[in-house]
Design a protein around this ligand. Structure first.
Ligand SMILES: Cc1ncc(C[n+]2csc(CCOP(=O)(O)OP(=O)(O)O)c2C)c(N)n1
Ligand SMILES: [Mg+2]
Length: 668
């Protein structure tokens, strides 16, 4: 079904490939910036793939059963832009002329959500490949749910030497091989060149053997031989394993003096070299001009998929109504009405029972319920399932033998997991969440950043969120991680203070469609601070008055997560001494920052403020003025029981009381 009818091409393969090369050279030359070498080297592979194999329809770029194409070597963006222009995605020749200019549709590296036809943002090497694993996995899982008639597509990737040298490629290919993602096909641009020069400077890995060792099928071909490329793709489509095709190419193919050298990797060719390249390629056109017969052949390639798409639409229309409805709902990303009911029910029960529990345990109970309320939730953990408490009751594990489960054992691969989650999210059909320790957000941070940049919904469950994890010690105790995550634009960092806030932040993360969320959850038990049920999601404003004062405030205590309890206890003590202390819970700085000024001013008040969080102070200017004290961490933690550590590092009710009294000029 994936074989698409060949077109009766009025242009030769070389002419079509040279159109990509010419556009890449011209655009980089005009911008005087960019990377001509990769597009020139991989133009033959791209031409064979897009004109003979790739299932796509520029008229319906979001058709869910299209093949996915990932340019993991994102610096070669002009290859993708050229193809999107030539096949009719609506990228105009003016867009190509505006390559790398402010506001253009053709930024330096491909950006998801910015340019139609770009399936994921690439540029940080290796991540495109790791993201594609999530796409290919999403395809297998959806196929298991909806059948081959509706879900049957490939994920094709172009990866360079850089992508394969990056460590994340190891995690990605191991996961793909283990899960037998046989519809994942990777073209390695085996050109032997990186920025510093020849690959021998820094690498001598046998990549074919490496992929084979990870459970892939892999082979070498001449990346400039269209028939060899076509034969390799045909074979790959029949594979029962993921496939890597090592394409021997010449970087900057056609450039008279620079081809095959690092000099053509990332700089304009210069007028003379460019003219020489066009001559060598037999391309006699001025800049940005594509001869009509070549454009016609590319346009025809762009129309090949229409038949397949309309046939798919017929099959989709013939689905039983309930299945069609489920498919659409899953792809729309919508949250079911049952989620709000579930959250409300959980909050009510938690406020009534008042039982202390770790926020990671609250999260587990919420997930057990959410798995039923929102069946396309897709969980996972990087081998910390029983610590992160991410495996929802009654959901099965995904394996190569059975893709119908809803839980992925990502292995000890935090970065690979986070990148795969991005791929699952951009593919569509699931809401991915995955767990590790907060301290290891250092390991997956690059993928969290990319999710934030792409504006996609992925949810990171980051447990063991402070020195409160205790005996594992400073290697496992996050100190600067909350601040580091809060520094990422468009990421919501949640640190709920009790079971009720944990339910609320899950609801917020699920409904946050335009960016990722990170949930920092405790290992240790937290008492319930909210004893009266409210239907309203109080965490939605990021910060709110948990404890108000009857008389004008003397002081405002502001805390997050496990330290909320300390603030409440301190306020009660102060009140017994006649000091009016309000308590603000601040589970999400970013949402609080987005509130109107008046609301923030009302919550924070004008009295002295004391902040408390078992982490560094950086970022707390959201709530504290320079003169307001902060009870938190300034060093790494230590190995000891949690209670001893809180005392040792001075994160205590007494420390808060002392700061309050010093602010108010009273004796401690
Ligand atoms: C994570 C990361 N590190 C470094 C870079 C900078 N960089 C861009 S391209 C490149 C060299 C890549 O070599 P290769 O993949 O072989 O590309 P080619 O020169 O063959 O086009 C480097 C180091 C990057 N984009 N991402
Ligand atoms: Mg290279």
């Amino acid at each position: 079904m994936n074989m698409v009818p060949k077109i009766a091409s009025p242009a030769t393969h070389n002419e079509m490939a040279n159109a990509i090369r010419a556009l890449a050279m011209d655009a980089v030359e005009k911008a005087n910036s960019g990377h001509p070498g990769m597009p020139m080297g991989m133009a033959d592979v791209a031409t064979v793939l897009f004109t003979r194999f790739l299932k796509f329809d520029p008229a319906a770029p979001h058709w869910p059963d299209r093949d996915r194409f990932v340019l993991s070597a994102g610096h070669g963006s002009m290859l993708l832009y050229a193809v999107l222009h030539l096949t009719g995605y609506g990228l105009t020749i003016d867009d190509i002329k505006n390559f790398r200019q402010l506001g253009s549709k053709t930024p330096g590296h491909p950006e998801y959500g910015h340019t139609v036809g770009v399936e994921t943002t690439t540029g940080p090497l290796g991540q495109g490949l790791a993201t594609s694993v999530g796409m290919a996995l999403a395809e297998r899982m959806l196929e298991a749910r909806f059948g081959t008639d509706i879900v049957n597509h490939h994920t094709y990737v172009m990866a360079g030497d850089g992508c394969l040298m990056e460590g994340v490629s190891h995690e990605a290919i191991a996961l793909a091989g283990h899960l037998k993602l046989n519809k994942l096909i990777v073209f390695w641009d085996n050109n032997g060149i990186t920025i510093d020069g020849k690959i021998e400077l820094a690498d001598s890995v046998d990549q074919v053997k490496r992929f084979e060792a990870a459970g892939w099928a892999a082979s070498h071909i001449d990346g400039h031989d269209p028939e060899a490329i076509a034969a390799a793709i045909e074979a790959a489509q029949k594979s029962d394993k993921p496939v890597m095709i090592a394409c021997k190419t010449t970087i900057g193919f056609g450039a008279p003096t620079k081809a095959g050298t690092a000099g053509v990797h990332g700089a304009a060719l210069g007028a003379e070299e460019l003219a020489g390249a066009k001559k060598a390629l037999g391309w006699n056109e001025p800049a940005f001009v594509i001869p009509p017969h070549i454009q016609a052949a590319w346009s025809e390639a762009g129309r090949r998929g229409t038949v397949l798409r309309t046939e798919w639409e017929k099959r989709h229309a013939a689905l039983p109504a309930d299945v069609a409805q489920r498919y659409s709902a899953d792809f729309s990303g919508a949250i079911t009405a049952a989620v709000a009911e579930t959250i409300d029910g959980f909050k009510k029960a938690a406020s009534e029972s008042g039982a202390a529990q770790a926020s990671r345990s609250s999260s587990q109970k919420i997930l057990d319920l959410l798995a039923k309320a929102q069946p396309n939730l897709l969980g996972g953990s990087a081998d910390l399932t029983h610590s992160n408490l991410t495996h929802a009751k009654d959901t099965g594990s995904v394996s190569a033998a059975n893709y119908s489960g809803s839980y992925i054992h990502y292995g000890i691969r935090e970065f690979g997991m986070a990148a795969a989650m991005n791929g699952i999210a951009v593919h569509g059909g699931f809401i991915p969440y995955g767990g590790t320790f907060l301290v290891f957000s250092d390991y997956n941070r690059p993928a969290i950043r990319l999710a934030a940049l792409m504006g996609i919904r992925v949810i990171h469950v980051l447990t063991h969120d402070s020195i409160g994890l205790g005996e594992d010690g400073p290697t496992h105790q996050p100190v600067e991680h909350l601040a580091a995550l809060r520094a990422i634009p468009n990421l919501l960092v949640f640190r709920p203070g009790d079971a009720i806030e944990t339910a609320e932040v899950w609801e917020l993360a699920l409904n946050h469609m335009t960016g990722p969320s990170a949930l920092a959850l405790s290992r240790q038990n937290l008492p319930v601070c909210r004893k009266t049920h409210t239907a309203e999601n109080l965490s939605a404003k990021g910060g709110y008055l948990l404890r108000e004062t009857a008389k004008p405030r003397d002081v405002t205590l502001i805390a997050t997560g496990s330290e909320l309890t300390l603030a409440v206890q301190a306020a009660e003590k102060l009140s017994s001494e006649g000091i009016e202390a309000a308590v603000v819970s601040m589970p999400c700085f970013e949402l609080f920052a987005a509130q109107p000024k008046d609301y923030r001013a009302m919550v924070l008040g004008t009295a002295p403020r004391v902040g408390c969080e078992a982490a560094i102070r950086q970022g707390w200017e959201i709530a504290l003025r320079p003169e307001d004290p902060f009870v938190g961490m300034t060093t790494f933690g230590a190995s000891a029981p949690a209670a001893d550590l809180y005392k040792h590092f001075g994160i205590t009710v007494d420390a808060i009381l002392a700061d309050v009294k010093s602010c108010l000029g009273r004796a401690a």
